[in-house]
Design a protein around this ligand. Structure first.
Ligand SMILES: Nc1nc2c(c(=O)[nH]1)N[C@H]1C(S)=C(S)[C@@H](COP(=O)(O)O)O[C@H]1N2
Ligand SMILES: [Mo]
Length: 516
């Protein structure tokens, strides 16, 4: 076999093997919720990208969803490239040895990559999109990788053999016909496999988070309690978990005396608490709607922790979702009677995208800490960090007091005859776990302030809805500003020293034109 032929056949066989392997991964993900590099490679990489770089990258590619799509696309492209390269090496080796045993190719193309990928992906192997507990999920992910690599190895070896095997034996002389026709057959098969893969990709795309990640709740529609299907939504995932409740467990582990495991029915059998709580994302802009309010039902986290008995040295809890999302907060906060593990949202089981079957509610902290699809509460020492903390978010995760004008629209115009009858100005104000005691509105860019009415005062743990009947007398361009005072008497402020990684502070302003 010539060198060129070995390389050509190797590249084609390797590309084909990469394709088959990728389709196997897609199938495993689609049918069984197995975590594959397509999804978890990005999770693993993103913790190495500091928050500011992460945000600028996100801006450059056109948003979080685009970034996720690029991530998956790059992993697929990478797998095909590495596959082709591996195939080429295989071709060159076979050319010298003429025969390769499974012992050899299995070692090089199954065991070696399995070890390498397992080591690199170790922290995220415990992911499972149907909700297996972390240890079992790790085993399933490894098994899935082994299966995918097995398909790679078999496809590579057999395709290469098919492409290069001499099929005519004349007077002891090898005759190798040109590879063209066989390459065509392999190419055709490749197209079929790619078509199947594209179909699975399409189906996965339809259930992917692209259509709803970043959903906001703001404007005229805002009511005291956000309907479940309008609740804001943020997820790090490309495809969110759809947990099968019978596979799912909640474990309490780490620095504790007795490890505890709860099935959903055991969790629901514990004394329940119902609590209205508002959530807001750390990345919520002053005018944005990554903030919503719901009534949650579940059990206090302290019930679960006390049953496990934390040991001396325990300082934090690290919470794990089935999507290997993690976050932490102080043990003291975990023991607070308002910190919950909930399974109902506004009287219904948690919707999948909001964490079915159970999520954490931890009032006062940004949305990130309200871990969805929770599967493990790990009691840890003070050094434990979570997913976004590794990216450098924080260090302050407490919600600062914020307020927003929902109505009228920014840049809207009113005839003065209409304006004289009153323009309804409405909005929300949120003070973390401190409540809202007062809202003021300014129509002259903060020079003077008027009292707004608290139509829905909420509780210490929720937002308040406010309104103001504004009757501008003269035509002008008005700048409206809102400011809230929390339940402890602290007036909302612009904290210039607060890093953006701890969430924005400041005032929401809109401009309204009143014309003659
Ligand atoms: N397991 C898991 N929990 C998670 C996330 C995630 O990606 N995975 N995203 C967090 C972020 S950044 C926010 S703002 C809230 C959003 O909760 P919601 O989608 O129910 O509004 O969930 C948090 N909990
Ligand atoms: Mo968030």
């Amino acid at each position: 076999m010539t060198r060129g032929r070995a390389i050509g056949a190797g590249l084609l066989a390797g590309f084909m093997a990469g394709l088959v392997m990728t389709v196997v991964m897609l199938l495993l993900a689609w049918l069984f919720g197995v975590a594959t590099p397509l999804a978890i490679f990005g999770d693993r990489l993103s913790v190495f990208i500091p928050a500011d770089q992460f945000l600028s990258l996100m801006g450059r590619v056109g948003g979080y969803n685009r970034m996720k799509q690029l991530g998956v696309g790059s992993v697929i492209a990478g797998q095909l490239l590495v596959g082709a390269f591996g195939g080429m090496l295989h071709g060159l080796v076979v050319r010298r040895r003429s025969k390769t045993a499974f012992r050899f190719t299995g070692g090089v193309f199954i065991l070696l990559p399995l070890a390498a990928v397992a080591i690199f992906l170790w922290p995220v192997l415990g992911t499972h999109y149907r909700g297996l507990p972390i240890d079992r999920a790790t085993a399933v992910t490894l098994l899935g990788l082994a299966v995918a690599f097995f398909f790679f190895e078999r496809t590579l070896v057999l395709t290469f053999r098919f492409l290069t095997r001499p099929h005519v034996q004349l007077n002891d002389q090898e005759f190798s016909p040109p590879m063209g026709r066989r390459a065509l057959i392999v190419g055709g098969l490749g197209l079929l496999v790619a078509g199947g893969g594209a179909e699975i990709l399409r189906r996965l795309y339809r259930v992917a988070t692209f259509s709803y990640d970043g959903t906001q709740y703001k404007g005229r529609v805002v009511q005291p309690i956000t309907p479940n299907d309008q609740f804001y939504c943020v997820t790090k995932n490309v495809v969110d978990p759809q947990v099968n409740a019978s596979l799912w467990r909640l474990e309490v582990t780490g620095l504790i005396q007795t490890r505890q495991t709860y099935r959903l029915d055991r969790l629901k059998a514990l004394p329940a608490t119902t609590q209205e709580t508002t959530l807001m994302c750390i990345s919520n802009g002053l005018d944005a709607g990554l903030m919503s309010n719901a009534v949650w039902k579940g059990v206090t986290m302290s019930t679960l922790l006390n049953a496990a008995t934390p040991l001396p040295g325990a300082a934090k809890v690290r919470l794990h979702g089935v999507d290997n999302y993690t976050d932490t907060f102080p043990l003291e906060k975990a023991m607070d009677p308002t910190t919950l593990v909930v399974y109902e949202m506004n009287g219904e089981p948690l919707p999948h995208r909001h964490g079915f079957p159970a999520r954490v509610i931890v009032p006062g902290y940004f949305g990130e800490k309200h871990v969805k699809w929770i599967t493990r509460i790990e009691v840890a020492d003070a050094s434990a960090v979570g997913f976004y903390e590794k990216q450098g978010w924080g260090p302050d995760f407490m919600v600062p007091t914020r307020s927003r004008i929902d109505q009228p629209d920014h840049d809207s115009t009113f005839k003065s005859a209409v304006a004289a009858n009153g323009i309804a100005v409405r909005g929300v104000a949120f003070g973390g776990d401190r409540g809202i005691s007062r809202v003021e509105i300014s129509v002259d860019d903060g020079a003077t302030w008027q009292e707004a009415k608290l139509d829905y005062p909420g509780t210490k743990l929720t937002w308040a809805l406010w309104s103001y009947d504004w009757r501008p007398a003269t035509p002008d361009d008005y700048t409206l500003v809102v400011r809230a005072t929390d339940g402890e008497g602290e007036v909302q402020e612009l904290d210039e020293d607060r890093p953006f990684k701890s969430g924005t502070t400041g005032f929401h302003k809109i401009v309204v034109h009143v014309t003659a």
